[in-house]
Write a protein that binds this ligand. Structure first.
Ligand SMILES: Cc1ncc(COP(=O)(O)O)c(C=O)c1O
Length: 408
């Protein structure tokens, strides 16, 4: 069957051929909340955070990058389960504060922060990860005007990159962070008020499934931070070494070996200078913590054959789940794992294409996949909808209704 080449996220059940989430049949969820529907299972998030913490050294802090899933209930949950939150906009700052997140545990990264965003962040007392020399000057001026100090970390664009991921955010010409070679000059300006220099942020890229590559990147990151710390106005309190932990989306991909990463990180820290050991080491993760805890459910509205190919047309689409349609960072379109959630036990396989209801050829949720019998009113479930799903999709496109998101 099609999904045999996919890694299927664990934790979902099968009750007489109907998929269950947290023991609840998807048919019941749709009857109650409607379709299409995003469902996030908090027990799966708890389990993933626990697994991650168990793999990482005890003294390493775990931060959640809220861009992965900014649903208020997920943000509150992650604030309670992790040690800090990474935000990327003024909107995320507002949501985080509304969710009751303690400002001291929030760090604000992202290029192109507006004056208003800097103002709000400084007033709230969150740490600003400086992405450029000009941003440092602007943050300083805004803090002075407010009569406040500004907690800062320097985001470094390292001279090395992470191998094996197409989602690189460092090691090449980038809008993110300050090139490693220029960082000492910036550090020289951060030694006095209104700046409170707190440390460094390094984010090499996303979605790596190769533990060796991540381990190598972490080792190089520590080498770099050891050198840069010498030029810092004071010993860094925080070293955010990024994350890059990926999840298997596509055929042939396998889960990341985080135990291997955790063991290597423990050795790495043990062999570093006292200055590095004294700092708080932070791993910053988004999708790894939440992607597999979410599903996207949609309902088949029509079934038709066009020039010999079968199409299952649903009430969902790329306006809700852009990533599953291959339009969010994929170079070649590949299918996410998908099931007919009301016929899990079906034995006969048919080659079908699952589309959404949008009038664009891009709106393919699954392209020529082998799935059991499916008819109008059957439910389709696309896995891995817990990260970069609803919030990363063009919800207003073509004026269809926005999807519902529920937490169980
Ligand atoms: C600075 C920063 N931190 C964290 C993340 C989260 O990445 P992921 O969801 O792949 O863990 C990103 C993703 O773009 C990022 O830019």
């Amino acid at each position: 069957m099609f999904n045999k080449w996919h890694h299927i996220p664990e934790g979902y059940g099968n009750q007489a051929g109907v998929m269950t989430v947290a023991g609840l049949p998807v048919t019941e969820l749709v009857a109650k909340h409607g379709s299409p529907l995003f469902v996030y299972d908090t027990a799966l998030v708890h389990a993933r955070v626990a697994k991650t913490r168990a793999a990482l050294p005890v003294n390493v802090k775990l931060h959640y990058a809220m861009k992965a899933n900014p649903h208020p209930a997920i943000v509150s949950l992650m604030a309670s389960l992790t040690d800090g939150l990474d935000i990327a906009s003024g909107g995320e700052l507002k949501s985080a504060l509304m969710a009751g997140v303690v400002p001291e545990t929030i760090s604000f990264a992202g290029p192109g922060k507006t004056d208003t965003e800097l103002h709000d962040a400084i007033r709230a007392g969150v740490r600003v990860n400086l992405e450029s020399e000009l941003e440092a000057k602007r943050a300083g001026a805004i803090a002075m005007a407010l009569g406040k100090t500004v907690r800062v970390a320097v985001r470094v664009n390292p001279s090395f990159d992470i191998k094996g991921t197409s989602m690189r955010m460092g090691g090449t010409a980038q809008p993110f962070g300050i090139d490693e070679a220029r960082v000492p000059d910036v550090l020289a300006t951060l030694g006095q008020e209104p700046f409170i220099f707190e440390g460094f942020h390094v984010y090499g890229g996303s979605q790596s499934l190769n533990a060796e590559n991540i381990i190598e990147m972490q080792a190089k990151t520590f080498d770099m931070l050891e050198k840069l710390s010498v030029a810092a106005p004071c010993s860094p309190k925080v070293l955010n070494i990024g994350g890059s932990f990926g999840v298997p989306y596509f055929p042939g991909e396998t889960p990341l070996d985080i135990v291997k990463i955790g063991n290597a990180l423990a050795t790495q820290i043990a062999n570093r200078s006292e200055q590095i050991k004294a700092a708080e080491i932070v791993i910053e993760l988004g999708r790894y913590l939440v992607a597999e805890a979410g599903i996207y459910i949609c309902t088949i509205l029509d079934k038709k054959i066009s020039y010999g190919e079968t199409f299952l047309i649903t009430d969902g689409g790329l306006h809700h789940q852009l990533a599953a349609a291959g339009q969010f960072g994929q170079v070649l379109r590949r299918n996410y794992p998908v099931v007919i959630a009301t016929n899990l036990d079906g034995k006969t396989e048919h080659k079908v294409t699952i589309t959404g209801c949008l009038c664009t050829p891009l709106d393919r949720l699954a392209d020529r996949v082998l799935l059991p019998d499916a008819e109008p009113d059957d439910l389709v479930v696309i896995y891995l909808a817990g990260a970069y799903g609803a919030s990363a999709s063009p919800k207003d496109f073509l004026g269809h209704a926005h999807p519902k998101e529920i937490i169980i």
